[in-house]
Design a protein around this ligand. Structure first.
Ligand code: ADP
Ligand code: MG
Length: 316
């Protein structure tokens, strides 16, 4: 059994009347890329700030590396890396000097630091920008610098709070690949995002938050089992007889079959050959077809199933 690196038990954090974190329990194991997924305002950042003892909270217990986390837990903090939502670097220092500055708070040995800073620069792909001042960097490069500053000391546990918001696709991919690499090299990662695709792409386990509450938790496969419709098939066709629709509705694993706007939409539950079964019926009944799509559930569907709301397209 992997060691529990972070344990949150019954955490409650209020800002006056707002309950930002509502009786949250989480166990994060060594080696995980743990995703906190939720819309803006769901309590992700507040949870991280409580974890880091940056905020006091109304009630709850937080342990990191098996020890209670407090504002003076320096032995714990030295093994933590933090990449916060708002970029925090010094405008007066170059890219190289910024990374060296943050690394120097953890690593005193100068020779070792030269090595670590070099690795962090390579890692974030900032080789061509080491002499640049932050003001000269694009948004994506600035985010990469923010990451380099947070990870150069090779921490055992790293927090990433929405590191890809408003970042160009190239930097975004670089960041996501980098996180996977850091994890392969032994760091446990806590990653927050409101982009379900990213969380799905890189996280080994996910907790979905809404209004400060954990509404679901598991691997992406486990989470998707919550969703009743496991596959939605869409087939373009100029016309379809009612008897054909009835035959499709009667087939195994079919929840519903509807026709409108020249599209046949079939919702399925379970089964792995639904598309073939439907196509077989259409072929036998001589129905001419155009484009065919098969859609599998996303984490948005999980969010929709549990909360009745869309997670998708909530920017801010
Ligand atoms: P997320 O990171 O998921 O977007 P936050 O943790 O930032 O969510 O916010 C959770 C809730 O707490 C929101 O309703 C937000 O408006 C509120 N909140 C966050 N920070 C503060 C603060 N400093 N003062 C008052 N309310 C806050
Ligand atoms: Mg946030």
């Amino acid at each position: 059994m992997a060691e529990i690196v972070v344990r949150i038990h019954d955490l409650v954090k209020r800002y006056k009347d707002i309950v930002a974190v509502d009786h949250l329990d989480l166990d994060i194991k060594e080696g995980e890329i743990f995703g906190l997924l939720g819309p803006n305002g769901s309590g992700k950042t507040t949870t991280i700030h409580c974890l880091l003892s940056l905020l006091s909270y109304e009630s709850g217990d937080i342990t990191i590396f098996g020890k209670p986390m407090t504002p003076t837990s320096y032995d714990i903090k030295k093994d933590i890396g933090v990449v916060m939502q708002n970029v925090a670097v010094f405008d007066q220092l170059t890219v190289y000097e910024n990374i060296d500055f943050f690394c120097s708070m953890y690593v005193k040995d100068k020779k070792k630091r030269v090595e670590l800073v070099k690795e962090a620069i390579e890692f974030t792909g900032l080789e061509d920008f080491t002499d640049f001042y932050p003001k000269k960097l694009s948004g994506g490069l600035l985010r990469r610098l923010n990451i380099a500053c947070g990870i150069a000391h090779k921490p055992r546990l790293i927090f990433f709070d929405e590191p890809t918001v408003a970042v160009d696709p190239q930097s975004r991919n670089k960041i996501l690949e980098g996180i996977i690499e850091l994890n392969k090299n032994g760091s446990t990662i806590i990653y927050t995002s409101h982009y379900m695709e990213e969380v799905e792409q890189i996280c080994t386990r996910i907790a979905i938050l809404d209004g400060g509450r954990k509404i679901a938790e598991g691997t992406k496969e486990e989470l998707k089992q919550i969703v009743k419709v496991t596959e939605t098939i869409e087939i373009e066709t100029a016309a379809i007889e009612n008897s054909v629709l009835c035959e499709i509705r009667g087939a195994e694993h079919i929840l519903s079959a509807e026709y409108s706007d020249h599209t046949l939409t079939v919702c399925c539950s379970g089964g792995s050959h639904n598309l073939m079964s439907v196509l077989e019926i259409l072929k036998n009944r001589n129905v001419m077809i155009g484009q065919v799509y098969s859609k599998l559930p996303t984490l948005n569907d999980v969010f929709l199933e549990v909360t009745g709301k869309e997670l998708r397209d909530r920017e801010g």
